[in-house]
Each structure stands twice: as structure tokens, then as C-alpha cells.
Design a protein around this ligand. Structure first.
Ligand SMILES: Cc1cc2nc3c(=O)[nH]c(=O)nc-3n(C[C@H](O)[C@H](O)[C@H](O)COP(=O)(O)OP(=O)(O)OC[C@H]3O[C@@H](n4cnc5c(N)ncnc54)[C@H](O)[C@@H]3O)c2cc1C
Length: 387
């Protein structure tokens, strides 16, 4: 007599850059004897690489939307639209906001990150945050209205807090868009808490940003840390005021609280899960984490950037399959170098690779081609718009 082994339950939490690849791969080649569930806070995932282009007016929302429903349906996964709040690795279950509990045999987390300093006074009320990305994208129309309604002799003052790649791109793209839509002067100031914008990037790229900032009248201020926001703008650590009509909050990534709120999970100092090179939790073979939410124990300084989540996707897919089948796992090592491309608005982009920087309209065309090529793989049919 043949006794069927019960199907194992693979639980994917979050619809990030790596999980969409797992869903895509398992649609054509599913692991044997396995049922799947995708728990995601939002059923449409947003691709951050094209977010500055959306702000600049280059893209419609559907261009950067990945509808997770057809992707999940294609591999027979049940989609649960909910936020995971807690993990219990001993009981092998997660708890959702609202209290529902879902058990698993193997779980994988790809939930991204949230923003440093969101808890500071006034930030929740007065800033447009860049996480979740959807909040930024939905807020752009309102920002345009506010700039359009601005009266008086002074330009509309936009303060961008945070000068990593995203902060730099958004400062330039937002200025172009607001000016184009309203015809008004837009004064942009970019605050950087460190002594140098774009930390880790070559000096030649920074010089390109600074030259372009001078041309477009964007003011970059280093060594300024914002400690609070109010109706009139920002208050800095040194007690100075920076008046602004609108604020974009683009500070660095910190973890969603669920990992530190869960018992028995080792995290780094920012609350991200510590993971091995196999992408498994440090002390738990049945749990995997990828993208921003995992920090590699052997490479703790790897930046939190979508390019890493993208490269982890194929290895996660293979390792989930191998782990379900009891086979040995592959190891992931983060790429040392990658092509960086920044959309600076007005049809222009800059970039760098191997320490060499470049800029031009052709750079934006290249970025557009790469981004659209990535998106094409995951946009299955209708429904990717904006629901
Ligand atoms: C404006 C902007 C531009 C950027 N541009 C670039 C760029 O050009 N290149 C680059 O490499 N990086 C870029 N980044 C950084 C990049 O966005 C992140 O590193 C990347 O999105 C992380 O991908 P991820 O797969 O880890 O998670 P994400 O893409 O953030 O996806 C996380 C998913 O998990 C879901 N989720 C979140 N919390 C929960 C929960 N508790 N329960 C269930 N589901 C949950 C979310 O709804 C989302 O679908 C940019 C960031 C910003 C803000």
C-alpha cells in the first residue's frame, strides 16, 4: 500500500523583489508535494527603481506596479492580504495583525524595511514618507496641488531629508515635476546627516550631483540632522530652523518591528534578521529571509538596496526547493560591484560602475530599458494599475 505524505506548507511573507521571482519560477516548476501561501501587506508591489521616474512624470503608476494576485494564482498559492506582526519559530507559525495565526513548515521573509526616524516629533504628520513606497507615490498628486496653490513672492520650498541614492534622485525629480506642473519656482534643499552625500559612491559621481545641483539651484547641506518637523518646516539637532512648505522623508532603512517583537530570533542592531549565506535564519533552518529585511552575518555592511534582493531571488528559489526536498543548499555572496543609475529628472541620468561615473540622456534610456525589462517578467496580464 502506498501512503501519501502530507503536503508541506511553504509560507512566503512579503511581496518583495526576491519573492516575485520565487512565485514566477514555481508557476512553471513547482516543488513536489508542497502547498504555498503568500502573506503580503499590499497585493500590488511597487518597484522602487522606477519610483523617481514616476515622481519625475516619466511613468504611470501601472508601469511600476506588480500585481501579486496573478503571480500567486499562477503557482497555486493562496494570497492573504495582511500584515505579519510576529513569528513564533518554535510553534512554526506567524501571527497577523488582527490576531489570525498561520502555521508553516518552511517560511521565507521578504518584507523590505521602514524609515529611520519616522517616530520623531512631527514626521508622521508633516512629511511625505518614502516607505511604504505606495505612500510616496500616492502623495505626489497632493504635493503638486500644494505647490500649485502656493501664493506669495517666495518660491515653494521643498525640503528633502536624506541624501542617499533615493534622496538625491527624489530631490531632482520632484523639483522638475513640480516646476513643470505648476510653472512656479521650486526651491529644493537636500539635508544630509553625514559629511558627504551618497556615502560609498565614488567622488566623481558626487561631483556630478553637485554640479547639477548648482545648475538647477538645488541646495545641498551636509552634517545637518533633523530632529523634529512642524507646520513650518524642520528643527535641526543644533537647534536651527529650516522653513519648508513640504518635506520628503528619505532617511536610511531600519527594520520593521516584527523581528525584535518575536521571541528567539537573532537580529542586528537595526532589528534586521541575521541570516547565513544560505539565506536561512542564524538559528533556524526552516526560516529564510532576503532583501532589506535580512542582514548577512558574513557581510553585515551590505547596503540595503533592491539590487541585492533581485540577485538573491534565484538562490532563494533554489534553496527553498532544495530544503523542501532535503537536499543541500547553495551559498549566496553579495556582488561587490553593480551598475548604479540615478534618474535626475528632465530626461537626464547619471551613473557609475567600477569607480567610473557618467551622465547623459543615453544613461536614462539605458536605465529605462533595464527597469522595463525587469518589470516585464512580473507583470502578468491586467490588474497591475493602482488598486
Ligand atoms: C524612492 C526609492 C528609490 C530607490 N531606488 C533604488 C534603486 O534604484 N536601486 C536599488 O537597488 N534600490 C533602490 N531603493 C531601495 C530599495 O527600494 C529597497 O532596497 C528594496 O525595495 C528592498 O526590496 P525588498 O525585496 O527587500 O522589499 P520591498 O521591495 O520593500 O518589498 C517588501 C514587500 O513586503 C510587504 N510587507 C512589508 N511589511 C510586511 C509585513 N509585515 N507583512 C507582510 N508583508 C509585508 C510590502 O507590502 C512589500 O510588498 C530605493 C528606495 C526608495 C525609497
Amino acid at each position: 500500500m502506498i501512503v501519501a505524505t502530507p503536503a508541506r506548507h511553504l509560507l512566503l511573507v512579503g511581496g518583495g523583489h526576491a519573492h516575485v521571482q520565487v512565485l514566477k519560477a514555481f508557476a512553471t516548476n513547482p516543488p513536489a508535494n508542497c502547498r504555498m501561501t503568500l502573506v503580503t501587506a499590499e497585493r500590488v508591489a511597487m518597484y522602487s527603481g522606477m519610483a523617481p521616474g514616476f515622481v519625475a512624470g516619466d511613468y504611470a503608476l501601472r508601469d511600476l506596479s506588480i500585481d501579486l494576485r496573478p503571480l500567486a494564482a499562477a503557482c497555486g498559492a493562496e494570497l492573504v492580504e495582511a500584515t505579519c506582526e510576529r513569528i513564533d519559530p518554535t510553534a512554526k507559525q506567524i501571527q497577523l495583525a488582527g490576531g489570525e495565526v498561520i502555521g508553516y513548515d518552511v517560511a521565507s521573509f521578504n518584507i523590505g524595511s521602514t524609515l529611520l526616524g519616522r517616530e520623531l516629533s512631527g514626521v508622521g504628520e508633516h512629511a511625505l514618507p518614502t516607505r511604504p513606497l505606495r505612500k510616496l507615490l500616492d502623495g505626489i498628486a497632493g504635493l503638486i496641488v500644494r505647490a500649485g496653490e502656493h501664493r506669495g513672492d517666495q518660491p515653494f520650498r521643498l525640503l528633502v531629508v536624506g541624501a542617499g541614492v533615493a534622496g538625491v534622485e527624489l530631490a531632482f525629480c520632484a523639483q522638475v515635476r513640480l516646476w513643470r506642473e505648476t510653472g512656479k519656482a521650486i526651491a529644493v534643499t537636500l539635508f544630509n546627516s553625514g559629511s558627504r552625500i551618497l556615502p560609498r559612491y565614488p567622488d566623481s559621481l558626487i561631483r556630478r550631483v553637485e554640479r547639477l545641483a548648482t545648475t538647477r539651484g538645488i541646495v545641498i547641506k551636509n552634517d545637518v540632522r533633523v530632529v523634529a518637523l512642524d507646520d513650518n518646516g524642520a528643527v535641526t539637532e543644533s537647534g536651527e530652523r529650516a522653513d519648508a512648505d513640504a518635506v520628503l522623508w528619505v532617511t536610511g532603512p531600519v527594520s520593521h518591528p516584527l523581528f525584535v517583537n518575536s521571541p528567539g530570533i537573532e537580529t542586528d542592531t537595526r532589528g534586521f534578521i541575521s541570516i547565513r549565506s544560505t539565506l536561512q535564519f542564524k538559528d533556524n533552518d526552516d526560516c529564510f529571509a532576503v532583501g532589506d529585511c535580512g542582514t548577512l552575518i558574513e557581510h553585515p555592511d551590505t547596503p540595503k538596496a533592491g539590487v541585492y534582493a533581485v540577485r538573491q531571488g534565484p538562490i532563494l528559489t533554489e534553496n527553498l526547493r532544495s530544503h523542501l526536498c532535503g537536499e543541500s543548499l547553495r551559498e549566496y555572496a553579495p556582488q561587490r560591484e553593480f551598475l548604479t543609475l540615478l534618474n535626475m529628472g528632465d530626461g537626464y541620468a547619471i551613473g557609475c560602475k567600477l569607480g567610473v561615473s557618467f551622465g547623459g540622456r543615453w544613461v536614462l534610456r539605458l536605465k529605462d530599458w533595464i527597469d522595463r525589462d525587469f518589470m516585464r517578467k512580473f507583470q502578468l496580464g491586467e490588474g497591475t494599475e493602482s488598486d
